[in-house]
Design a protein around this ligand. Structure first.
Ligand SMILES: NC(=O)c1ccc[n+]([C@@H]2O[C@H](COP(=O)([O-])OP(=O)(O)OC[C@H]3O[C@@H](n4cnc5c(N)ncnc54)[C@H](O)[C@@H]3O)[C@@H](O)[C@H]2O)c1
Ligand SMILES: [Fe+2]
Length: 382
């Protein structure tokens, strides 16, 4: 058995009403003059007010206008504001966009250089401020991962900043926080979570621990996502999605994601397609190409999700799984082709060149893909 390391947030607090633990966690971490980092959608849904009411003091600063899929320049601006107010802790409240922003704000609070110099792996040694993350989507799993993904306007690419210090001190996963999530966000972020689990499961770095997490996450999400999508008030579906997305985050935070994410990145960077939507549209096309190289694992998933029967051969079961994944995407109204998003056909070869540079993720994929193969996948997805 190879030696492997398992990374997660310092503490996980989960379950309905888990946000009530926020004040005690803040005092444990000596957070008194704090910043709340969120966005307009989350604050107008009443969630910000709900959190504020739990806290004894008013926040020193509320940053409530983080845009979806933020550019690194936005974080630079917010960092100046934070430094002027002299905060001693950061509370992230939102989906991946707010959490990723808060991670960098907390980590780079005393970083003297330009933030774009942080893109890459292990560029940050330590986090300057304590950090508590409360996800409101299910989701990115960002509350338990060591990465923040931001847009680099210079290269029009989504890029990762990866460092152990981006793991929050505490992740509070309270399913009721996702009840106000709009339908399209429930669908896109839910498929993102499914992709995290599936890509972690077939990753070349998967371990028995990440496999167990991915298997449970796949089961929960596959069943609950259509229910959470059709009725956002369905609390049991929201609970399963919150747990599934957290477990998927723990799986991919350690085993990594692969080609679905690598091919999704240029769609976000160049055409501002959301992270969840870009992954969702690429998922069936990449998995078709991956299938022969991870057929044992996909066979296990097919059995786990009950999409095949005992008389089916392994190949038949894998085909049934691929069809079931397409059906899951269709059931939550995810468009099946890039054409739908007005992505011009003549840029597919450029997209392929950009995706081929995402080696940090492509190296985790069960099939090593050439630029030509990547372009082929985009053409099938068109
Ligand atoms: N760090 C990681 O490990 C990781 C993993 C995957 C994705 N990401 C990043 O996360 C971002 C995407 O995050 P996301 O999919 O969670 O969406 P998001 O944070 O971009 O939010 C999307 C929209 O949903 C709204 N919203 C979110 N929760 C809501 C709620 N409960 N009620 C009402 N409105 C709500 C927001 O206001 C926003 O307008 C991307 O930038 C992506 O690159 C990070
Ligand atoms: Fe993702």
């Amino acid at each position: 058995m190879n030696i492997s390391e398992f990374k997660t947030a310092g503490k996980l607090i989960t379950g309905l009403g888990a946000v009530k633990a926020l004040p005690s966690e803040m005092s444990r971490l000596s957070i008194h003059a704090f910043a709340i980092v969120t966005d307009k959608g989350v604050s107008s849904s009443g969630l910000l007010e709900h959190i504020k009411q739990l806290l004894p003091n008013n926040a020193v600063i509320v940053i409530d206008d983080i845009p979806p899929e933020p550019e690194i320049t936005v974080i630079e601006e917010k960092l100046q504001l934070l430094r002027q107010k002299k905060v001693d802790g950061v509370i992230a409240l939102g989906g991946g966009s707010a959490i990723d922003s808060a991670k960098i704000l907390a980590a780079a609070y005393d970083y003297p250089g330009n933030l774009s110099s942080l893109f890459g792996e292990n560029t940050l040694e330590k986090r300057a401020l304590p950090l508590i993350a409360i996800p409101t989507t299910a989701g990115t799993g960002s509350e338990v991962t060591n990465i923040a993904i931001l847009c680099d306007p210079e290269t029009q690419m989504k890029k990762g900043i990866v460092s152990h210090c981006l793991l929050p001190d505490v992740a509070i996963v309270a399913p009721e926080m996702t009840k106000t999530c709009p339908k399209t966000i429930t669908a896109a972020s839910g498929i993102d979570a499914f992709v995290h689990a599936l890509e972690a499961y077939v990753s070349v770095n998967a371990t028995p621990i990440t496999d167990a997490l991915a298997e449970k996450a796949l089961t929960l999400i596959f069943k609950a996502l259509p229910h959470a999508y059709n009725n956002g008030e369905n609390l049991s579906a929201r609970e399963d999605m919150a747990t599934g997305s957290l477990m998927a985050g723990l799986a991919f935070g350690n085993a990594g994601v692969g080609a679905v994410h690598a091919l999704a990145y240029p769609l976000g960077g160049r055409f501002h397609l959301s992270h969840g939507m870009s992954n969702a549209v690429m998922l069936p096309h990449v998995m078709k190409v991956n299938a022969p190289f991870c057929s044992e694992k996909l066979y296990c998933v097919a059995k786990l999700l009950n999409v095949c029967e005992s008389h089916h051969t392994k190949d038949e079961a894998v085909q049934l799984l691929l069809t079931a994944i397409e059906r899951l995407c269709r059931n939550v109204d995810i468009p099946q082709s890039l054409k739908h998003f007005d992505i011009p056909e003549d840029c597919l070869s450029e997209l392929a060149i950009e995706a081929s540079k995402v080696t940090r993720l492509l190296r985790n994929n069960p099939k090593q893909l050439s630029v030509e193969e990547i372009e082929d996948i985009y053409r099938h997805a068109f």
